[in-house]
Design a protein around this ligand. Structure first.
Ligand SMILES: [Ca+2]
Ligand SMILES: [Ca+2]
Ligand SMILES: [Ca+2]
Length: 673
């Protein structure tokens, strides 16, 4: 391993002589010993996107030897450990100019009983750093550091001497641009199922495919129309994720596996021509108009990019079969879940099904073609990010190349950070985290483990809220500088409204709902209780760091079992009281989140928890918010709320501290009046 990495480094240095002070970092990569696959794994995974109902892909991380990044001095960052003696303080926090928002977002010290300490990995290289400690709520200089400087407010900041760290620096340029992706609220527009703005482009149904798996007419013009009507703005959405927009096969897929139904390519995951857009969704100009309309409303657009495979009819496969893993792998029928496993090394080269040839990105020409295509679309469309499909099924080199080229070819022009969020459908946090590194790989991934914890504790209620608290305690800060996307619903899992029923339709968050995808499909729940529970689950997403994701229709509790029933056409009128309640709740949540930086980048501390309730405080410099959750079916008093005057930003009610009453299945977001 060491020898090959060293060899690579020599090549890399030779090819980047122009970079003054270029050097290689050997500290950033953790993939040589991928974490073991966890016991908790998914069902109905990303393969559900492809519409043939196989079992869940799951698997290991990493693999291959990632190249070390090149690093100019201004991008280098050193680790440093701050310590003070433990004299019985309750809390110690570090703030300072070691990060762009370091005065607002601190780092918590921990104590071993004799000493408080905190290690920050990102102290700027060879630069004097000013900092303060917040000890039991009081801002003050570091009592152990005699070097101080006037803080401009009549006090003193501590001075940390310039650090250089030749052996273990990391290379992490501050994220570029005037948009901080921690401020995003993301909405997943499933283009074919959202709004039909132009029936003229619908074409004929794909023969032999029933309506739930056939094209239903949604298009780019329809999304643009909803942008113009202010639908997303009213919901507080400032980023859209749109389904794969590229030309897909017009043929029906073959029925495979447990689901014998035929599917069309309405989902976009069967591309035949990576250089043109899907005609049923519209023209490239209409896609451009969508993006321009979004940008004119300060809404970012990220595009779903499926890089693992193409459809077997595609020219790139027909003309370059050597760029793909063979379907017959030395006598093994290498379809995922057949002779090749979904996980491990097999999981990278298996075909999702026998008509989806799988790229072999170990072939340089294949990688250059695919990464080049992804780069070209960014340049052509001016999009702001990618949602990257099935990350654990590709060679890591693809991701490293894309990030490298995004930095050198895109961000140098736009001066804006390009956001990349990946899908790795697993319950294993270690596997998910292994791809998160905003400098070299992904900014973040979809937080499947968090979805499970919320669905189990708040919607299904098969686990106490203490379980959710335990999960959150282990999840806070777990992904480092990553910006994860948090969610309760997407296109691969049953609609969350059915987990939220008085009697949940499924007893387990991993249920794939396939048994009701084609028959006995669930309807819209009556009453409001399911909508109230779903609203409370969104309160959690909108009051924690990360990018909250709203899967189209979940804002109105759109019904649907497993794939494809979880992709019903969007409902645009005739909402029930429950649906209206839920949609209004999401609009208010977005406004509260926008008003309070503590929710977007604060630190979380737990105030109280029991089987049915949870209270936590989010705090950052100058902003504090207390979040109360009650998943029970009667109003409950939630204890240990700080004694002061509060107003609930959700309903405007006034409260003092101590015990605060929270309605059944409800939440409160307490802020200073
Ligand atoms: Ca249409
Ligand atoms: Ca097509
Ligand atoms: Ca693959």
């Amino acid at each position: 391993m060491t020898a090959s990495r060293f060899a690579w480094r020599l090549v890399a240095v030779a090819s980047t002589l122009a970079l003054a002070g270029a050097c290689a970092d050997t500290n950033n990569f953790v993939n040589e010993n991928p974490p073991p696959v966890g016991a908790v794994v998914g069902a109905g995974g990303s393969v559900g996107s492809y519409g043939y109902g196989a079992s869940n892909p799951q698997g290991g991380a990493g693999g291959g030897e990632p190249p070390p990044p090149m690093c100019a001095d201004e991008f280098k960052q050193c680790p440093h450990t701050f310590t003070i003696p433990d004299n019985g303080e309750m809390t110690v926090e570090l703030r300072g100019n070691f990060a762009p928002d370091g005065w607002d977002v601190g780092a918590d010290f921990t104590t071993d009983g004799t000493e408080w300490s905190v290690t920050v990995d990102t102290i700027p290289w060879d630069t004097q750093v000013e900092y303060k400690l917040i000890i039991d709520g009081v801002w003050q200089p570091d009592p152990t550091n005699p070097n101080q400087v006037d803080d401009g407010f009549g006090g003193f900041n501590s001075l940390l001497a310039p650090l250089t760290c030749p052996d273990d620096f990391t290379c992490a340029p501050p994220l570029l641009g005037d948009f901080d992706w921690r401020d995003a609220v993301l909405y997943f527009v499933f283009v074919d199922r959202f709004f039909d703005g132009n029936p003229g482009n619908n074409g004929s149904p794909v023969p032999g495919v029933a309506p739930p798996a056939n094209y239903q007419g949604g298009d780019f013009v329809g999304v643009t129309q909803k942008l113009q009507e202010g639908y997303f703005t009213d919901l507080g959405i400032n980023a859209l994720w749109i389904t794969v927009p590229f030309e897909n096969t017009n043929s029906a897929g073959a029925g495979i596996g447990g689901d014998t139904n035929n599917y069309s390519a309405y989902h976009g995951y069967w591309p035949t021509d990576l250089n043109s857009v899907e005609s049923r969704f519209g023209t490239q100009q209409e896609l451009q108009d969508l993006i321009d309309e979004a940008h004119s409303r300060d809404i970012k657009v990220i595009v779903d990019y499926a890089m693992n495979h193409v459809h077997i009819e595609s020219q790139v496969y027909q003309q370059n079969p050597g760029w793909f893993w063979p379907l017959n792998d030395n006598g093994k029928y290498c379809v995922c879940g057949a002779d090749c496993a979904w996980d491990g090394a097999d999981g990278r080269k298996c075909w999702f099904t026998d008509y989806l040839p799988d790229f072999n990105f170990n072939v340089q020409a294949a990688r250059d073609y695919s990464v080049g295509n992804a780069i070209q679309w960014i340049k052509d469309l001016g999009i702001d990010g990618y949602r990257l499909d099935a990350v654990k099924h590709i060679e890591d080199s693809w991701l490293l190349d894309l990030r490298s080229r995004v930095k050198s070819e895109i961000e140098t022009e736009t001066q804006q950070h390009f956001y990349m969020v990946g899908e790795t459908f697993t319950g294993d946090k270690g596997v998910i985290a292994s791809y998160v590194d905003p400098n070299t790989k992904l900014d973040g991934q979809f937080d499947f483990p968090m979805r499970n914890a919320i669905v189990n504790s708040v919607l299904i209620r098969n686990a106490p809220m203490t379980d959710l608290e335990n999960f959150l305690a282990g999840n806070d800060g777990y992904y480092g500088s990553g910006i994860m996307s948090t969610f309760v619903g997407n296109h691969d899992v049953p609609r969350p409204i059915h987990f939220a029923l008085d009697t949940p339709l499924w007893a387990d968050a991993w249920a794939d709902g396939k048994e009701r995808a084609w028959q006995n499909q669930p309807g819209l729940p009556s009453g409001t209780s399911a909508f109230e529970r779903l609203a409370t689950s969104f309160t959690i997403l909108y009051t924690l760091p990360g990018v909250p994701l709203v899967y189209y229709g979940d804002e109105i509790g759109l019904p649907g079992a497993g794939d494809p029933d979880n992709r019903r056409f969007m409902q645009w009128s005739g909402y029930s009281a429950g649906q209206t309640l839920l949609r209004d709740h999401l609009s208010v949540l977005a406004q509260i989140r926008a008003d309070h930086p503590a929710l977007r980048r604060g630190t979380r501390s737990t105030l109280s928890v029991n089987a049915d309730t949870l209270a936590y405080r989010m705090s950052t410099n100058g902003d504090e918010v207390v979040v109360l959750l009650n998943r029970g079916d009667s109003a409950q008093s939630v204890a240990n709320i700080p004694n002061q005057a509060w107003v609930d930003a959700l309903d405007g009610s006034n409260h003092n501290g101590g015990s605060v009453n929270v309605p059944a299945r409800g939440s409160r977001i307490l802020v200073s009046p």
